[in-house]
Design a protein around this ligand. Structure first.
Ligand SMILES: Cc1cc2nc3c(=O)[nH]c(=O)nc-3n(C[C@H](O)[C@H](O)[C@H](O)COP(=O)(O)O)c2cc1C
Length: 174
């Protein structure tokens, strides 16, 4: 199998994982996730992002109370990574959220590829979650928490979804 096929397999098999085993996520794994995230494309190569890596149990538990909607995701998670937007680094005004989404998806796919589960938890645009991330993780006012990913070895096995929908494809013109 060549690399391209491996990449497509990762994309097609990935699911959101919300239940985690009690196995630590290593520093080396986190480094690879950050490398994958920061290798994302961004408008004008602006890279208007920061990442907060959380491994402290007390903070993960606090995030569970602030973000989890009654689910034990962050209580079970062994780590979490918050992707943040720094608008002052945008090369082209207003493109930052798209840049951060590219980094976030790279991180999410890389986690799957490494046998780690994660789920994209939206933060930007959800004021109580933004406030929760600011309070618990000390994110400054000029930085916007974008999305947070709880991480861990999956404790649930979800089968791949196939979502291709021919009715959404418009050939040559709509
Ligand atoms: C922008 C975005 C925001 C999301 N926010 C949440 C969220 O707040 N809570 C959650 O449990 N899942 C969240 N998800 C995960 C989606 O629910 C999930 O991707 C979708 O149901 C499809 O399932 P799959 O990822 O397993 O294929 C989000 C995903 C995206 C891309």
């Amino acid at each position: 199998m060549n690399n391209t096929v491996e990449t497509i397999k990762t994309i097609m098999m990935r699911r959101s994982i919300r239940k985690f085993e009690n196995t630590p996520v290593t520093e080396a794994q986190i480094k690879i996730l950050l490398e994958a995230a920061m290798n994302a494309p961004s408008a004008g190569d602006g890279r208007p992002w920061h990442f907060v890596v959380v491994t402290d149990r007390a903070r993960l538990d606090a995030l569970a109370d602030a973000l989890d909607e009654g689910k034990p995701m962050f209580k079970q998670a062994q780590a979490a990574i918050l992707v943040c937007l720094d608008e002052s680094l945008e090369k082209f005004k207003g493109f930052g959220p798209q840049d951060c989404a590219c980094a976030a998806q790279n991180l999410h796919l890389a986690a799957h590829d490494m046998g780690l589960g994660s789920v994209w938890i939206a933060v930007i645009g959800v004021p109580p979650r933004v406030a929760g991330c600011r309070n618990i993780l000390g994110v400054p006012e000029n930085i916007t928490p974008f999305a947070i990913f709880p991480l861990g070895r999956p404790a649930e096995k979800l089968s791949a979804e196939f979502r291709y929908d021919q009715s959404r494809v418009h050939t040559d013109r709509w």
